[in-house]
Design a protein around this ligand. Structure first.
Ligand code: ADP
Ligand code: AMP
Length: 213
């Protein structure tokens, strides 16, 4: 199964992708996680990406498309994949169409998760991520058993630099301008399914599973 999780920042793409990845045994490909790992590793690409991410802007299409193309050429995507945070612009979606056509791996579903801006702001301001395994938590909605410590691997939790209120607002604006047009793009292809994201994590998850089965 080949799925895209579409939606604004903080709607729950990563949270749902992590669960789906375990349930369906499919690789979870998050371009945001790839960039954060590159920043941690101090690579040139990471340094370049950071200058955009810190401002709440999108990393240029050619950089992101190159990374995804390389990732989708790996053997573990043969049975499918869950794309989270890619594509984010129409040119990225067009490039993905070319890549999947070349690999003869057509998309099955584009799941659009939506939630109002005030919900997104509350979620992103309380988001905490694990420095080691990138698992996502929320101080109120999805807390860890021990404060500040990842349940999964025991790593330290941190707050992302781009989860400051000012940057969150910029990211929502960038989403509206550059990513929201993808709803129409995928609607035309007949692959779009809408899922309300303003519900508890379990409810959103079971709605997505219903669609996929
Ligand atoms: P995205 O990947 O779309 O940016 P995340 O999955 O990282 O969003 O979720 C953002 C924050 O909101 C995280 O702290 C996560 O724990 C929390 N969260 C995700 N989905 C829900 C939900 N349905 N209800 C409440 N909190 C949620
Ligand atoms: P995310 O982890 O999905 O919230 O992404 C964090 C940041 O990484 C975004 O705000 C962008 O700066 C960058 N990023 C992630 N995916 C993409 C993409 N597909 N296109 C451009 N920038 C991206």
């Amino acid at each position: 199964m080949r799925i895209i999780l579409l939606g604004g920042p903080g709607v729950g793409k990563g949270t749902q992708a992590q669960r789906l990845s375990k349930e369906y045994d499919l690789p979870h490909i998050s371009t945001g996680d790839i960039f954060r790992q590159a920043i941690k590793d101090g690579t040139e690409m990471g340094l370049k990406a950071k200058s955009y991410m810190d401002k709440g802007l999108l990393v240029p299409d050619d950089v992101v498309v190159g990374i995804v193309e390389e990732r989708l050429a790996k053997p573990d995507v043969k049975e499918g994949f869950i794309l989270d945070g890619f594509p984010r612009t129409v040119p990225q979606a067009e490039a993905l169409d070319e890549i999947t056509a070349k690999l003869e791996m057509p998309l099955d579903y584009v799941v659009n998760i939506n939630a109002p801006a005030e919900v997104i702001i509350k979620r992103l301001s309380g988001r905490r991520s694990c420095r080691s395994c990138q698992e996502v938590y929320h101080i109120e909605y999805s807390p860890t058993k021990k404060p500040g410590i990842c349940d999964r691997c025991g790593g330290q939790l941190y707050q992302r630099d781009d989860d400051k209120e000012e940057t969150i607002r910029k990211r929502i604006q960038v989403y509206e301008e550059q990513t929201a047009p993808l709803i129409d793009y995928y609607n035309k292809s007949g692959k779009l399914v809408e899922v309300p994201g303003d519900k508890p994590i379990e409810e959103v998850y079971s709605r997505i599973c219903d669609i996929l089965s």
